[in-house]
Design a protein around this ligand. Structure first.
Ligand code: HEC
Ligand code: HEC
Length: 352
């Protein structure tokens, strides 16, 4: 076994003694091909239809909110808010948005969602096709029955053509089922697999700065990899939360709400750390604004870790911010959508 191969295995297993030498392709290559369900193959026409639907507020009760309102390009495919503001809200997408209908949890990033076998912070959905119905029906998010949306879409000639291209031979092509299939196909293109970390482990020693390399070493030594496992930096396990919480927030039993088991109370799915520098605020309740604070909290509580010195905290944060960021597959925001409604305006993000 070559030294590079050994280092890769070592990082995957989280062993502490091995320095973070360039680790060969095996880690990066460990991203399997994007899984695509047999009954919903990806085609360019379907992905493009999904992209338009993702940005089209026709999906919402007030015709002002779209998926992109809470999963926006400049907000790490989330929205920069602790919890999201759905229909009836005012202000552009992002940190300035306010309104009466707020979600209970922080909007998950959609980066690499294609590979996640369990969705939502409590894992209650298991496919993107199934998932998309959730926000449409939820009165705090889009709040419109999918069949109503489909009936409206069928009356718009441009959508009729786009659905016919995406679902050839199906009659009717415009349906709630095909709407969620197109959204799912689009979301499977939101991949982030070529960050500086990936280039570094593929042998490009210049891809990470010295501070980020120290952070990468700490990430292994402190066994962060036990849950945030490469290459996806997440895992389908439910673990306790150490979020300090938000005063007055509604209670959240996490995984126990799905299983009904008391031992799952307060446990949440391990989130990905890909593009984590972009996706704040952090944790299922969005209670922590800064990445450095989230890192400190995690290190103080997780098995195998320990409280950090300020320098260690900064190194670890630098690794996550610098090493995990890859935005080159960000989807393009359409200027216009076939409904003729306005694509939700985006707010302004203060450059970090
Ligand atoms: C009002 C804000 C809002 C809107 C609009 C919205 N979402 Fe979300 N989204 C959220 C929140 C909040 C969560 C996390 C909810 C939870 O875990 O209980 C989430 C979670 C998700 C997830 C799960 C990701 C994961 O890794 O677990 C997917 C996929 C998703 N949304 C896709 C969509 C799609 C597609 C649309 C449009 C049909 C949409 N969302 C509209 C706020 C929103
Ligand atoms: C035992 C599993 C486990 C270990 C080990 C672990 N984490 Fe986590 N991590 C989680 C879970 C679960 C969450 C979500 C908690 C929540 O939402 O309240 C999380 C959340 C995070 C977040 C916030 C991500 C987001 O998008 O909200 C960061 C940053 C983070 N962890 C970093 C680390 C670091 C750094 C280490 C090592 C010191 C580490 N974690 C070790 C399970 C783990």
């Amino acid at each position: 076994m070559s030294a590079r191969r050994l280092a890769a295995l070592c990082l995957a297993a989280g062993c502490a003694s091995e320095p973070a030498a360039p680790a060969g392709d095996s880690l990066r290559g460990a991203f399997p091909p994007v899984p695509v369900p047999a009954d919903n193959p990806m085609t360019p026409a379907k992905v493009e239809l999904g992209r338009l639907l993702f940005h089209d507020p026709i999906l919402s009760a007030d015709r002002q909110v779209a998926c992109v309102t809470c999963h926006g390009q400049i907000w790490g495919l989330s929205d920069g808010l602790p919890v999201s503001v759905g229909v009836g809200g005012v202000g552009p997408a992002g940190t300035g948005r306010r309104g009466p209908n707020v979600t209970r949890r922080n909007a998950s990033t959609l980066w690499n969602v294609a590979w996640r076998p369990a969705l939502f912070w409590d894992g209650r959905a298991s496919s993107l096709e199934e998932q998309a119905l959730g926000p449409m029906r939820d009165p705090r998010e889009l709040g419109r029955p999918p069949d109503d949306v489909a009936a409206d879409l069928a009356r718009i000639p441009a959508y009729g053509r786009l659905f016919a291209d995406a679902f050839p031979g199906e009659a009717p092509a415009v349906s709630a089922r095909n709407l969620v299939r197109a959204l799912a196909a689009f979301q499977r293109t939101l991949v982030s697999t070529w960050a500086p970390y990936d280039r570094y482990t593929a042998g490009d020693r210049g891809a990470l700065g010295a501070q980020a390399v120290r952070g990468l070493n700490l990430f292994q030594i402190l066994r962060c990899t036990a849950c945030h496992a490469p290459p996806s930096f997440d895992r389908t396990v439910y673990e306790p939360s150490f979020s300090p919480g938000t005063p007055g927030a509604p209670s959240d039993d996490g995984r126990a709400e799905v299983t009904g088991r008391p031992e799952d109370r307060g446990r949440f799915l391990v989130p990905t750390l890909r593009n984590v520098g972009e996706t704040g605020p952090y944790f299922h309740d969005g209670a922590v604004a800064s990445l450095a604070d989230a890192v400190s909290l995690e290190a103080s509580h997780r098995p195998g870790a320990r409280p950090l010195t300020p320098a260690e905290r900064d190194d670890l944060t630098a690794f996550l911010r610098e090493g995990m960021t890859d935005l080159h597959r960000l989807p393009e925001r359409p200027d216009a959508v076939p409904s003729g409604l306005m694509v939700p305006l985006d707010g302004y993000r203060i450059p970090r």
